[in-house]
Design a protein around this ligand. Structure first.
Ligand code: C2E
Ligand code: CA
Ligand code: CA
Length: 687
């Protein structure tokens, strides 16, 4: 290899070389033709932590501690002989860190174009490599992200979009590039919305929020959009990145959830929760604006009968049809809700006078006038309505609803298809009832109840064959309270169960004594309320009581009303059969006032029909009532049942009944209900 001494460099070449070394952004070194380093720049020394003296005069093999000089020599020889240059990416461990460089070797030429050595440039590309690698990764992530990503320039024109962006918007990349993303606008947001959004991006560099856009197919959809500005060092926006996800599915799920929590799934009317919410808002507004508001509680009459007799499917369908009719009434601002079961409610948020509510209430009642015809059924249903007015009846949600409930209760009591406003008297009456209920609890414990007995006489023998036990309440202050005043209340509050047990015990105790003393065929009639008749423990309670007083089942007759049986015929029939199997006697009380079908009557295992007092009351020959009584007596005879006429007060009635072949009678004419001791006297004289 020919060597060239450095002194052969011209002055100009040397100065030039110094400048290149000094200002080169890369590490640079020059070797002479013998392969020794003759010039090196400070960047080079710095990189390898060497001084200039360490490098000058050394070979590449020494500096980089290479095992062999073969490769270096071959490359260098090629450069010198072909005046060519060499470029290669290399990786070097520097302080245990692998760093990437581009190595360029080139012939070192003198001004006479003679090769005098080899120049080496080492440019670090470690971070470029890293970026390349990671940018590729980032791009892959963006491309495959389920969120839509869009890049725009500083003017907001689209530079690129990812796959998700195309899928969600329905547009192809080519259709979007160069366009403004506002091609997606749905028109749901006004100018102010977009102005505020851009104002925030300019001020803070980012914005996020819910936006409604339009897909290519025209469908409007919600999305959660984030926009970030990309800034240069001076803080100027060089472009924007928008990222969004499609909220349609989430919205649908939210709506479904809302539907479930605020609407009745059957009728799609607002439910109790939403009704209370609207009422609470309505009350606040009415308070502020000083106007009236009304709450109407609607309860369907006899819905339970429909449900029980025709089945729940028919019941459900009926409720849906009723809801549809209700929805056509009232104004748009009114809320019609279904609170549950057969209970509906209406909110009239703005009234000019309290009387206006009555027009609405009447409309709701009238809307049910026409029967509902579906699935081969024609169903007539009525409604009772309770009305409360803000602010006179209550100042808040609970107060107004409670008062409307009281009014509804009253409307129900008054007969069906009526509405009632809340009033103070109503409140007093209810208060009195509550008080009575409380007193009744104590009355059971304090033995304030007593039984009266009314004799039942056989018309064939004019003798007593039995007696009806009738309960009385001897109130310490109010005196004797008749059962009509407290039995319904006991029934409603559930107290009837314990009261009923006491009645049964007392009747059995007394009867067992009289049976022993006077007549072992004597039958005591004990009234059973509907709740008692339905109770699971009834039969066991009766048997236990009979056992306790050693009374034979033939000495007791249980009176149940027609309506109590008709409520659930199947169940009642089973209970009645169980009674018969235990040799207990059964009577149908108040016969003629309910609506038993003759078909059922034949199946019922019972012993006695008691003709209701109302038919006996106005008994005159050839009247309708006379005809009915006549037929019932005949019917009982055909079915092999005993028949008892109740409420016989006059001789005329008695004569008529006797003529028709009625077997037994009960009534004031023969005896009023008597306290036990007085009854015993009557019994002794009449057995
Ligand atoms: P009910 O079972 O129909 O009882 C007959 C009612 O008619 C009794 O009224 C009796 O006093 C009355 N009465 C009897 N003869 C005549 C008459 O000639 N003229 C008139 N105007 N009335 C007459 P009471 O004792 O006031 O009982 C009323 C209702 O209370 C009973 O009607 C029954 O449904 C219920 N009740 C009475 N005691 C009991 C009981 O111990 N348990 C249950 N669950 N209910 C009872
Ligand atoms: Ca009775
Ligand atoms: Ca009766």
């Amino acid at each position: 290899m020919q060597t060239l001494d450095l002194c052969e460099l011209s002055k100009v070449d040397s100065i030039l070389l110094d400048s290149v070394l000094k200002y080169s952004p890369s590490c640079a070194a020059f070797k002479n033709l013998s392969g020794q380093f003759v010039r090196v720049n400070s960047k080079f020394c710095h990189l390898f932590e060497l001084t200039e003296q360490d490098v000058i005069g050394k070979m590449e093999v020494d500096i980089f501690q290479l095992d062999t000089s073969e490769d270096v020599n071959k490359i260098d020889q090629g450069i010198v002989e072909q005046s060519d240059f060499f470029e290669k990416e290399i990786e070097v461990f520097i302080k245990e860190e692998l760093r990437s460089f581009v190595l360029i070797k080139f012939p070192w030429l003198t001004s006479q174009n003679q090769v005098c050595g080899i120049g080496c440039m080492l440019t670090e590309v470690t971070h470029v490599k890293w970026l390349e690698k990671n940018y590729g990764l980032a791009q892959k992530v963006i491309e495959n992200s389920s969120e839509a990503v869009v890049f725009t320039d500083a003017q907001g024109l689209i530079l690129d979009v990812n796959n998700a962006y195309q899928t969600i918007t329905g547009y192809q990349r080519e259709e979007l590039i160069g366009k403004n993303p506002n091609v997606l606008k749905s028109g749901r947001h006004d100018r102010n919305f977009y102005q505020a959004m851009w104002a925030q991006i300019r001020a803070q560099g980012h914005w996020s929020g819910e936006v409604w856009d339009r897909r290519k197919n025209g469908e409007i959809y919600p999305k959660w959009l984030m926009i970030n500005a990309m800034m240069d060092e001076e803080g100027n926006a060089t472009g924007y990145v928008g990222i969004f996800s499609d909220l349609s599915d989430q919205k649908k799920a939210e709506e479904k959830l809302e539907e479930l929590s605020f609407y009745d799934p059957l009728t799609h009317l607002p439910n109790r929760v939403l009704f209370h919410d609207r009422l609470s808002v309505g009350v606040s507004i009415a308070k502020r604006e000083k106007h009236l508001l009304a709450v109407l509680l609607i309860d369907l009459d006899r819905f339970k009968v429909v449900n029980d007799s025709l089945g729940h499917n028919v019941g459900d369908e009926l409720l849906e049809l009723i809801a549809q009719r209700f929805l056509t009434l009232g104004r748009e601002s009114d809320t019609v809700a279904r609170l549950g079961g057969d209970e509906f409610a209406v909110l009239l948020p703005e009234l000019s006078s309290a009387e206006d509510a009555s027009v609405v209430a009447q409309n709701f009642i009238d809307s049910l006038q026409e029967p509902f015809c579906f699935g081969g059924h024609s169903i007539n249903i009525g409604a009772s309505i309770g009305v409360s007015i803000f602010p006179s009846d209550g100042a808040d949600v609970d107060g107004l609803i409670k008062r409307a409930e009281l009014a509804l209760y009253k409307a129900k009591e008054q007969g069906r298809n009526t509405y009632q406003y809340f009033s103070q008297e109503l409140q007093d009456a209810v208060f009195e009832q509550l008080e009575m209920e409380e007193e009744m609890r104590h009355a059971i414990l304090n033995q304030q109840f007593t039984l009266y007995y009314q004799p039942k006489i056989s018309l064939a023998t004019n003798k007593i064959t039995g007696m009806e036990a009738l309960v009385r309440w001897i109130h310490p202050e109010k005196g004797l309270i008749p059962p009509d005043k407290f039995i319904p209340l006991a029934e409603e509050s559930g107290l009837i169960i314990s009261l009923g047990e006491w009645i049964l015990q007392e009747a059995c105790r007394a009867t067992a004594e009289w049976v022993k003393k006077y007549d072992d065929k004597l039958v005591v009639a004990v009234n059973l309320s509907a709740k008692q008749f339905k109770s699971e423990n009834l039969l066991r309670t009766i048997q236990n009581t009979l056992d306790t007083f050693q009374l034979d089942p033939k000495n007791i007759e249980l009176e149940i009303t027609e309506s109590c049986v008709m409520e659930n015929v199947e169940k009642a029939l089973q209970t009645m059969k169980d009674f018969r199997d235990c040799r207990l006697r059964l009577a149908i009380d108040d016969f003629g006032t309910g609506y038993s079908s003759l078909g059922y009557l034949k199946q019922f295992p019972m012993n006695t029909l008691k003709i209701d007092r109302s038919f006996i009351m106005d008994l005159t020959p050839n009247s309708d009532d006379a005809a009915i009584v006549e037929v019932v007596i005949l019917l009982a005879d055909k079915l092999g049942l005993d028949v008892v006429a109740e409420g016989v007060e006059t001789d005329a009635q008695l004569t008529f009944l006797r003529a028709q072949g009625c077997e037994y009678v009960q009534g004031y004419l023969l005896s009023r209900p008597l306290p036990a001791d007085e009854f015993e006297v009557f019994l002794r004289d009449n057995v």
